[in-house]
Write a protein that binds this ligand. Structure first.
Ligand SMILES: [Zn+2]
Length: 153
């Protein structure tokens, strides 16, 4: 089992997606065997990241909770075998000591980030200052039209 803390600024690729690089990531990597005897590695990561809201462009704290696993093949033959099996669709790596766990950790954090980070509706100042400025509610417009028609008739 491996456990530790990495400063957010050490993840260069991740920092490109953040509003700023303050904070740290706690990680935990465990290895084990599933019933079939296959070895696996499980990763868990958590921390607070500063994302940029794509609605108001302000930074906000976002809680990361990532988890993933990979199977560890003992040799190339086993890796090939898994590739041909249905389970081959799952992630598998070779147990050759070359595995870059840091890159794996960063990849998993990147995969967990929201595609379009936005504040929650209550927290986003844009929504409070100009409610529905960009997107008029079509149902509200329809209601207004109906009212006009009633007045006319
Ligand atoms: Zn916002």
């Amino acid at each position: 089992m491996m456990e530790g803390v990495v400063a957010v600024r050490d993840f260069t690729r991740l920092c490109e997606s953040l509003a700023d690089s303050t904070g740290e990531i706690h990680y935990r990597i465990e290895t084990g065997l599933i019933v079939s005897g296959r070895a696996f590695m499980r990763l868990e990561a958590s921390g607070k990241l500063q994302l940029q809201c794509q609605r108001c462009m302000q930074g906000f704290g976002w809680h990361l909770a990532a988890s993933s696993h990979v199977y560890i093949a003992r040799n190339v033959a086993e890796l090939d075998l898994w590739d041909r099996q249905a389970e081959g669709l799952e992630e598998a790596v070779l147990a050759d000591g070359q595995f870059d766990w840091f890159a794996w950790l960063e990849d998993e954090i990147l995969l967990t980030l929201p595609a379009v980070p936005v504040h929650s509706t209550e927290a986003c100042p844009t929504d409070q200052i100009v409610p529905q400025a960009c997107k008029p509610n079509p149902f509200a417009m329809l209601a207004t039209l109906k009212q006009h028609q009633k007045l006319k008739s």
